[in-house]
Design a protein around this ligand. Structure first.
Ligand SMILES: *[C@@H]1O[C@H](CO)[C@@H](O)[C@H](O)[C@H]1NC(C)=O
Length: 240
């Protein structure tokens, strides 16, 4: 999981609609901070014009004005100060963020169910829900025989429960085919491996017909055997 600690340093909104702002990013993709970068970018009307990137180690300008400033700042105390920000600002703060947020992750509970059975040319609708997870960043998707399903899927945004936990729902429209394996997959920082829940299948119409025939036979059998037993009892000599 990539963690970005972002600080909007300045916002200057002028009467004529121009604006300048500075964004400081500390970007890291693992809690050991092995690849952490400090990025300080100046924007004019959304376009970056000068940036300090800790991996590059100096200012780089993108416009005439930015290039001019980069040359000047790279010779002065500005660049020295910027070179220290990775250690001074990014590392301690990212460490806190990892231990306060990401390492307090709570694993979701997954529920997979059928919302609608397939009938006369209409596909079935499966619903996969993840409940009670934290933080809200999550990936939920479907596999059909191990392949990621790309069509017929609708997924909600993570929704806040209001108690720091979140839920998310994904729907899959599909036409059941025999021997096919459908799974719902959830990837979340609380679990190193993807959580996979297989669809156990629902009854198709012909399965349903077989069950009804079987159940009817069973009930009929009970009725007939009870009747036969009563008849035998009534005929027997010691019947009162
Ligand atoms: C910072 O510079 C490095 C090396 O050029 C580059 O790989 C990286 O993508 C840059 N980071 C950003 C956020 O621009």
């Amino acid at each position: 999981m990539i963690l970005i600690l972002q600080l909007l340093l300045a916002l200057s909104l002028r009467a004529d609609g121009y604006y300048i702002y500075i964004v400081v990013d500390c970007i890291s993709s693992s809690s050991d901070l092995a690849d952490v970068e400090y990025i300080n970018t100046y924007y004019f009307n959304k376009a970056p014009y000068i940036r300090f990137n800790s991996t590059v180690g100096e200012y780089v300008g993108y416009t005439e004005f930015g290039i001019m400033n980069a040359e000047r700042w790279n010779k002065g105390p500005e660049v020295q100060q910027q070179r220290g920000e990775l250690e001074r600002y990014c590392k301690p703060n990212l460490k806190l963020d990892y231990s306060n947020i990401l390492e307090k992750a709570v694993q979701p509970k997954i529920r997979l169910r059928s919302e609608k059975q397939a009938s006369q040319g209409h596909p079935a609708l499966l619903m996969c829900s993840a409940y009670g997870f934290y933080p809200p960043v999550i990936d939920i998707y479907w596999l059909r025989d191990g392949e990621k399903v790309t069509s017929g899927v609708i997924t909600s945004e993570p929704m806040a429960n209001g108690n720091w936990y979140y839920q998310i729902h994904s729907y899959l429209e599909y036409t059941p085919a025999s021997g096919e394996k459908i799974s719902c997959v959830v990837e979340h920082t609380s679990s190193k491996k993807p959580i996979i829940v297989d669809w156990e299948g629902s009854f198709t119409n012909s399965d349903m017909a077989k069950i009804i025939v079987g159940a009817s036979g069973f009930v009929l059998g009970i009725i007939l055997s009870t009747a036969g037993f009563l008849y035998y009892k009534m005929k027997s000599p010691d019947f009162l």
